[in-house]
Design a protein around this ligand. Structure first.
Ligand code: SAH
Ligand code: SF4
Ligand code: F3S
Length: 437
């Protein structure tokens, strides 16, 4: 009888992919993935510590696992991911029914850990870039590929350098071998993962890695996340020249105010950021640009907040992820004076989000009538009669199901812009329809 594992995954793409790596390792150890935690012999919480809310989500789900464990004494529970790494054995004190604690730098040890009665693996793993995984991927169209681990930037608000350790890059040969295999298996898109992909450095640097991937991979290539400080002209040229690279960049600005950027330890001023965007748009006019914004960083004045508003109006991002600043213990900003009351953080965030809603809608409207190359990913989540896919610029497009194959790339004429997606019709079926009339 195979054993069943259920995984809760919180947080970023890196965690999603770490879960896939754990699924791969566990399947070698006789586990099958289940969609129902009630049927599980093993429950893994792959947690996120980026903001307090993310951490709370984990603790509230953990309560449900405790109830399941009362019913099934043999159920084993793993706390993995960034909360596990930050809290370490404190999780055992808080939740004695947890059996194992596994940090993100040690996921290769999961089967070893499970062979023991109880255990914890949260040491710094300097060899993480040399660990090879056969991920149990959850999509057969799009694949995540880790290219580097950790972060050296220590932005003053951020917990990630404490949970993911120092930056280490995977050897290019191993990345290329993985991507060639994905191409062979028919994957249409790969997304290269790292907290700061611009500082990828192994035997070669990031731009050379992209060039070499372009040589061996026929599908679409994306990467997250770029850091504005290290975002180079060479990289801009590569995006404009390499066919595989999609016309979308996620470049977290965080704030439009130079004094806030300085206190955040971001390493760039707003004007430098703006110039890089101008160059990017000059070389790749149709590029989509998205960003992250933090509202209410300690010491943020009304003027600082208005600088962010001005930046959003000037740059006109295609989309943003904006959140209230959240205190993370152990980070510098946590101890800074001038912590902003929650109400002000919320008010500023609401204004930022509503301004961006209008900008995103305007950007989507501008695409009405255009023809977009869309990778069909599956039925639409909101209407199963429709198909959903993404443009090269990473915008969601729905279209009527005219028996396109899932995983195919089709040309779609955009008919209607919505706030968070586009709607259109496959150009080839359009011609058939016209001929029939
Ligand atoms: N490595 C990436 C993103 C890491 S985390 C980068 O440097 O951009 C993703 C986003 O979470 C960050 O861009 C930031 O906007 C947000 N974030 C990180 N720590 C936060 C905190 N303490 N409070 C609120 N938002 C935070
Ligand atoms: Fe966090 Fe900054 Fe590193 Fe991004 S670059 S993970 S925001 S410390
Ligand atoms: Fe969260 Fe860790 Fe990712 S804190 S955002 S899961 S790196």
């Amino acid at each position: 009888m195979p054993k069943n594992v259920y995984i809760y995954t919180f947080g970023c793409q890196m965690n999603i992919h770490d879960s896939e790596k754990m699924i791969g390792l566990l399947s070698e150890n006789g586990y099958a993935l289940t969609e129902n935690p009630e049927n599980a012999d093993l429950i893994i919480f792959n947690t996120c510590a980026i903001r307090e809310k993310a951490e709370q989500k984990f603790y509230s789900q953990l309560g449900r696992a405790k109830i399941l464990k009362k019913k099934n004494k043999d159920l084993k529970i793993v706390a993995a991911g960034c909360v596990a790494q930050a809290a370490k054995e404190k999780i055992f004190q808080k939740a004695p029914f947890v059996d194992y604690i596994l940090g993100p730098q040690n996921i290769h040890m999961i089967n070893d850990l499970l062979s023991r009665k109880q255990g914890i693996a949260t040491g710094e793993n300097h060899n993480i870039a040399l660990n090879e995984f056969t991920a149990g991927r959850q999509s057969n169209i799009k694949a995540w590929v880790s290219i580097m681990y950790g972060c050296n930037n220590f932005c003053s608000y951020c917990i990630v350098p404490y949970t993911r350790g120092r930056e280490v890059s995977r050897p290019s040969s191993s990345i290329k071998a993985e991507i060639k295999e994905l191409a062979r298996q028919g994957y249409q898109e790969v997304t290269l993962l790292g907290q700061n992909v611009n500082s990828y450095q192994s035997d070669i640097g990031f731009v050379d890695l992209l060039k070499q991937i372009d040589d061996v991979y026929p599908g679409r290539v994306r990467f997250v996340t770029s850091h504005p400080r290290d975002f180079s002209v060479d990289l801009i040229n590569a995006i404009s020249e390499l066919e595989s690279l999609c016309e979308h960049i996620h470049l977290p600005l965080q704030s439009g105010s130079d004094s806030v950027l300085k206190a955040m330890n971001r390493g760039y001023a707003y004007e430098e950021y703006r110039k890089k965007i101008a160059l990017l748009r000059d070389k790749i006019p149709n590029i989509a640009i998205t960003t992250d914004i933090i509202s209410g960083f300690p010491g943020e004045t009304d003027e600082d907040y208005l600088d962010t508003v001005t930046a959003l109006k000037e740059i006109e991002f295609d989309g943003i992820f904006a959140f209230k600043y959240s205190k993370r213990s152990g980070t510098k900003a946590c101890e800074m004076p001038g912590q902003i009351p929650d109400q002000i953080k919320s008010e500023r965030l609401a204004c930022i989000l509503s301004l961006q809603e209008d900008i995103t809608f305007k950007k989507n409207k501008a695409l009405e009538g255009s023809i977009q190359e869309v990778l069909i990913e599956g039925p639409s989540a909101t209407d199963p009669h429709m198909l959903s896919g993404r443009t090269r610029t990473n915008k969601i497009v729905t279209s009527p199901n005219s028996s396109e194959k899932i995983g195919s790339v089709v040309s779609i004429r955009i008919q209607k812009a919505r706030r968070h997606s586009l709607h259109g019709v496959n150009v080839s079926t359009e011609t058939v329809l016209a001929a029939e009339q």
